[in-house]
Design a protein around this ligand. Structure first.
Ligand SMILES: C[S@@+](CC[C@H](N)C(=O)[O-])C[C@H]1O[C@@H](n2cnc3c(N)ncnc32)[C@H](O)[C@@H]1O
Length: 324
């Protein structure tokens, strides 16, 4: 598995990597049995299968927490097969900016993998991912590296601007051909300013849009069914207040309603949240009310993990059915 800077956190999120691999194997048409074994002091995730096809290997390389995939021979010797897929821009993109309230980039990648694996749009070119509360853009940077186009919004325009400034500098320093345009989208009763990037990457031409404003307003500004999936790390109620006197519950309910129009049928919404401020069952209830089908059981109940004393995080996935 891709190592985390914090070994204790790595232990806490082991069940997440296990769940992700099991989900990925099933999506690849393989048996989904995963066993954790210890070797040389590291936890390894193991599974049995016939030799992987190119498509199956590509899924593993790009959409799991993999550092390296090895084949175990009859004497249990490990033969390296492949490592993580090439990043469209650079492996360091999501990790360079450090700030209070940032979502860990490896965890963000896990949320994106779930949104991709459980949705019906895996062959979309490019896949378009939206984060309606993107802070300084961690989700957008991880999405771009996967070859996805990214759209992000945040109510704190200073954070958003910093994310856009950082991406500009990164593209300039890495000599990626790119263009940046400032624009705005009109919504009833106002407008949402945006910074639009187009860029040539190792995985083709991609776009990134940074929208300054409320999550639901930004979703409305982009029109209907504009993204294949949404990933959002909700405010934790520690550093980030819900703002405008609105409770976190009301905010989540309002944003989920807007997301239902934003996501194409067959796409997923993946939310992470602090269970001290939002209960998992209540998030599932709000997803249902907005029209999504919450994905539960079958390992979805193993995703709760401790981040720090005041944060025990959980993840909820909802799907917009094809016929809704
Ligand atoms: C947990 S943070 C997400 C951090 C982000 N993933 C990152 O790594 O930078 C939650 C974010 O929600 C934003 N937020 C709070 N209320 C919002 C609203 N109504 N609309 C849009 N963003 C909002 C906060 O400004 C904050 O950046």
């Amino acid at each position: 598995m891709w190592p985390h800077a914090n070994a204790r956190y790595e232990k806490a999120v082991l069940p997440l990597a296990e769940f992700e691999l099991r989900s990925l194997l099933r999506a690849a048409g393989l048996p989904g049995d995963v066993l954790v074994v210890s070797a040389a002091g590291r936890d390894l995730l193991t599974f049995e299968c016939d030799p992987l096809t190119e498509d199956q290997a590509a899924l593993l390389r790009h959409h799991s927490s993999l550092l390296m995939c090895c084949a175990l021979d009859d004497c249990r010797r490990m033969m390296p097969l492949f490592g993580r897929g090439e990043a469209a821009l650079g492996d360091d993109l999501g990790g360079i900016l450090k700030y209070r309230g940032k979502t860990n980039e490896a965890f963000t990648r896990f949320l994106i993998d779930l949104a991709f694996l459980f949705g019906d749009h895996r062959s979309a070119e490019p896949f378009v991912l939206f984060d309606p509360m993107c802070g300084r853009g961690t989700t957008m940077f991880e999405a771009l590296n996967l070859g996805f186009s990214a759209i992000g919004a945040d109510i704190r325009s200073s954070d958003l601007d910093e994310g856009a400034r950082f991406l500009k500098k990164y593209l300039e320093e890495g000599r990626f051909k790119h263009q940046i345009r400032k624009a705005s989208r009109t919504i009833p009763g106002g407008h949402v300013p945006l910074t639009h990037f187009t860029m040539e990457t190792a995985r083709g031409a991609l776009t990134a849009d940074f929208l300054a404003g409320d999550a639901a307003a930004a979703a409305a500004a982009m029109g209907k069914s504009f993204c294949h999936a949404t990933v959002c790390d909700l405010p934790y109620g520690v550093q980030h207040g819900p703002g405008k006197g609105e409770s976190l519950e009301k905010l989540t309910e309002r944003v989920l309603k807007a997301l239902f129009s934003a996501i194409k049928p067959g796409g997923c919404v993946v939310l992470s949240f602090n269970t001290f401020t939002l209960k998992t069952n209540s998030v599932y209830g709000m997803m249902e009310k907005a029209g999504f089908e919450p994905l539960t059981g079958d390992g979805f109940d193993t995703l709760r993990h401790r981040v720090e004393q005041a944060i025990v995080r959980d993840v909820a996935v909802g799907k917009r059915a094809q016929n809704r």
